[in-house]
Design a protein around this ligand. Structure first.
Ligand SMILES: [Zn+2]
Length: 328
């Protein structure tokens, strides 16, 4: 099969590799569509805390089950699925507190084990979620980024009527904004790029007026602004990772006098995947206007270029074909 392989940080190969053989309790999935996000760019160009090499990247995976390592899983054959990217042990202290994404033994597709930038991927049966009829693959592929947004709003305990400011109007920021609006929050989105900002109604953060601030871009400046815009009892969500050494200084006295909170959010839980699929299937979160580029696996360099330069919004790869088209 064709796959993208990262032998070492800084380069990738488009090459022919063996189709994986599913082990017991694994399913073989023919990947129909896989999303490219900034994390993939980071993995390939700079490495990542959780990356083990060599690796096939890709943590946003939708496809069809075409094989199983266990005869009793044959019922899955032909089923269209979204693949939750993590595996969890179920027994560690984090898993026992329902924080699967913090599992001490968490292994993520595209990081610790091979991901979706390939024609086929073998995945643990515990990680697949069946797609309902009528939910298209290129909508379902938003389940992973949307799951991370669900986790972020959950960590911040966002409730209806709260004022929320999102920094960054890229795919993640836009999904966060749409999800928060569905949850009844009053949402502002700010972005230094006038084209991206113009897609949203609001655009100017005011000091000290937001209940929740979420930087959806890995920028220390965004974090500084996010702190400034927090109201008393406000919560800042550390949603986007920052380059090493770029973390802004936190004014603890500010947190003390204003009773503010900083809360981390990283990845997502399996149940967030189920909730994301429900939201997408019910068309509560629109995604079709977010897809700006579609590529074959052999065009990954072009796809990464779009992500690096923030030229579009969501970039999708189609490993089974080479659509060779990009629009907008
Ligand atoms: Zn665990």
């Amino acid at each position: 099969m064709k796959a993208i392989c990262v032998p070492e940080v800084g380069r990738f190969l488009y090459s022919e590799v063996a189709v994986p053989v599913p082990a017991a309790r694994e399913l073989l999935v023919r990947v129909t569509v896989t999303g490219v996000c900034r994390t993939d760019l980071k993995i390939i160009e700079q490495g990542h805390r959780d990356l083990r090499l060599p690796r096939i990247p890709g943590e946003e995976i939708v496809g069809e089950v075409v094989g199983s390592g266990d005869p009793k899983d044959r019922g899955w054959l032909g089923q269209r699925v979204y693949v939750y990217p993590g595996t969890w042990c179920g027994t560690c202290d984090c898993c026992r507190r329902d924080a699967f994404n913090m599992c001490r033994d968490m292994r993520i597709a595209g990081f610790h084990r091979d991901g979706g930038f390939a024609e086929f991927v073998s995945v643990p049966r515990q990680t697949v979620i069946a797609l309902p009829d009528g939910l298209e693959d290129d909508v379902a592929v938003f389940a992973e980024p949307l799951s991370c947004c669900i986790n972020a709003l959950e960590m911040a305990r966002v409730t209806a009527g709260e004022r929320l400011c999102i920094f960054g109007a890229g795919p993640a920021g836009t999904l966060l904004a749409r999800l928060a609006a569905v949850r009844g929050a009053a949402v502002s989105v700010v972005d230094p790029d006038p084209v991206r900002a113009s897609r949203h109604r609001h655009g100017v953060p005011f000091e000290g007026v937001y209940d929740v601030a979420i930087p959806a871009v890995g920028s220390a400046d965004a974090y500084r602004e996010a702190f400034r815009c927090l109201a008393p009892r406000g919560r800042l969500v550390a949603f986007s990772g920052l380059p090493t050494g770029a973390s802004p200084t936190i004014d603890l006295n500010g947190l003390h006098y204003q009773e503010q909170t900083v809360v981390g959010a990283y990845g997502c839980h399996y149940r967030h995947g189920e909730e994301a699929i429900r939201l997408l299937a019910r068309r509560e979160i629109r995604t079709d206007d977010l897809v700006t580029h579609r590529y074959g696996l052999d065009q990954l360099a072009d796809a990464l270029d779009v992500v690096r330069c923030r030229r579009g919004l969501k970039v999708l790869l189609y490993p089974g074909q080479s659509p060779a088209r990009s629009f907008r």
